[in-house]
Design a protein around this ligand. Structure first.
Ligand code: 1GP
Length: 263
């Protein structure tokens, strides 16, 4: 019967949690959302808290915490604690390894670097981290992480076979594989501080073919105009890190981004 099928379906699928629903609601309401990335290695926890507070006032939808190097231990814990103390925003971990997990965050991008050559980034860190995710009661958001040229530090550290910028069909192939593996989010990453973001044509192709999967785009986005172009192409969530760190006035910079991408 249809009722049994429905019940089975909800039992079998890994259910969406509070943070994913918060992001999906924001996207439904405004057409797109914004995530502020804070690397605990780049400033003190107090400064991170002030950045998060300003980003919150500027309308960001959640704070991502992570970094390729040094985003671990007491510094990570205190950074998350300070952000949670001064804002009501969900904190989503963006870990480079199991060391990027921490019990006071709300959620984790539980991701596999699909175009890595290294089993460490495909599945080993995930297997070692999964029992911690359970113990810390973190909401796991199942995500395909795909690194596009130039790839930056994360491309190097993650041993990625970078997707050429002119090959959107390769990005699509990995993204579709992620969808068929049950991932509900795809992150197209150009690398932190990239000269230019992921090409809009690549975002457009991936979004067109993936439907309900949330498309996150990050790396090298420095202006409202660049963010708006990616959202027009189909990005659901825009990530900015470096440009926020460098900004003299975080609140107005984030306002510029959020007003550019919202309808
Ligand atoms: C890096 O995509 C993110 O993982 C953000 O990149 O620092 O260039 O904003 P930026």
């Amino acid at each position: 019967s249809p009722r049994r099928t429905r019940a089975l379906r909800s039992k079998m699928s890994y259910e969406m949690g509070r943070v994913e629903l918060h992001l999906r609601d924001a996207i439904k309401e405004h057409g797109a959302g914004h995530l502020t990335l804070i690397d605990p290695d780049s400033q003190t926890p107090q400064e991170a808290g002030m950045m998060a507070q300003a980003a919150s006032q500027g309308g960001t939808d959640a704070i991502m915490v992570g970094g390729s190097m040094g985003a671990t231990g007491v510094l990570l814990y205190e950074t998350v604690a300070e952000i949670k103390r001064v804002t009501d925003l969900p904190v989503i971990l963006f870990p480079a390894s199991t060391a990027g997990l921490c019990e006071n965050a709300d959620a984790v991008f539980f991701m596999s670097l699909l175009n890595s050559r290294s089993p460490s980034y495909l599945i080993e860190n995930q297997a070692l981290g999964a029992p911690l995710v359970l113990r810390y009661r973190l909401e796991a958001l199942p995500m395909a992480y795909i690194i596009i040229e130039p790839g930056g530090t994360v491309g190097y550290v993650g041993d990625a076979r970078l997707i050429p910028r002119k090959k959107p069909e390769l990005a699509l192939a990995y993204a579709l594989a992620g969808k068929y593996l049950g991932m509900r989010l795809v992150y197209l990453e150009a690398g932190s501080g990239a000269d230019s973001p992921v090409p809009a044509a690549m975002v457009a192709l991936v979004k067109k073919m993936l439907g309900d999967v949330l498309i996150i785009v990050g790396g090298g986005i420095r202006s409202g105009a660049a963010a708006a172009e990616l959202v027009a192409a189909g990005a659901d969530l825009i990530v900015t890190g470096t440009a926020v760190e460098k900004s003299q006035d975080v609140c107005s910079f984030i306002s510029e981004l959020t007003s550019a991408i919202r309808r």
